[in-house]
Design a protein around this ligand. Structure first.
Ligand SMILES: [Mg+2]
Length: 244
């Protein structure tokens, strides 16, 4: 991939495949970003177990074979129809896809009360020196009360979830989110747990830091070329502009 704007000193092709947490070396001084856009599911919210269970049960209900965490982390992608078509080995009809979506959301909601914030979430949010917002692919009308319930709403200058049912990636939502905030993509870094977060950031012209432990394997995250962190605190450190 080309080096994304705002991350010219982030990495190089060789570093992307290096498993060492210090792979960016002493010369790495973070991005130039003033604004941080957080992802929610699998990033600030530790809900991956609920996501896998809901996905697996929905696939089984449509006649497929259930999936485990490793399978999810290797195969998850957007649009979701492509992810599920591949798991089921056939192309779902629009009616089947809607049914699968409903099954997923109902099963996911059943487990939501047991989902906690990811380790270090509040501390990581508190460490960022610029402005912050939240952009999620979870439904907006359910996201806002959830973020509020977890005590995070007031940290963010804007919280956006999905307000439509379009089965697309995060890119246009990120563009719209930043436009509403009147913030330039080149002043922005995202922290997320999926390749879709990376693709959205790159397409919008923002930078990105990825975290493991969510929907996507370290291998696939590293393949995006963006830095990969194993904790939210490390992710903020990698995203933070240098003060030196
Ligand atoms: Mg996510």
């Amino acid at each position: 991939m080309t080096t994304p704007p705002g991350s010219a000193d982030v990495t190089n092709g060789a570093a992307a495949t290096d498993e060492s947490p210090d792979r960016f070396g002493d010369n790495y001084h973070g991005t130039m970003a003033k604004h941080l856009v957080w992802d929610w599911n699998g990033t600030l919210l530790d809900d991956f177990h609920a996501v896998v269970t809901a996905s697996s049960d929905a696939v089984i209900a449509l006649g497929g074979i259930g999936l485990d965490a490793d399978t999810h982390r290797e195969r998850f992608r957007r649009p979701l129809s492509a992810f599920y078509n591949e798991l089921l080995g056939r192309e779902l009809t629009a009616i089947e896809f809607d049914r699968l979506n409903d099954l997923f959301h109902n099963r996911y909601r059943d487990q939501l009360a047991d989902c906690r914030l990811s380790a270090g979430a509040i501390e990581a949010i508190g460490t960022w020196r610029g402005t912050q917002s939240l952009l999620s692919m979870w439904r907006h009308d359910e996201l806002v009360p959830l973020v509020t319930e977890h005590g995070l709403f007031d940290y963010f200058t804007r919280v956006d979830g999905l307000r439509d049912n379009a089965d697309v990636g995060k890119h246009q939502y990120l563009v719209d989110h930043l436009a509403q905030l009147n913030i330039e993509p080149t002043d922005t870094v995202m922290i997320g747990d999926s390749a879709d977060d990376a693709e959205a950031a790159e397409a919008a012209g923002a930078s990105c830091v990825l975290v493991t432990g969510g929907t996507t394997s370290r291998r696939l995250l590293a393949a995006t070329g963006f830095p990969v962190a194993d904790s939210l605190l490390e992710a903020v450190r990698l995203a933070q502009p240098s003060t030196t």
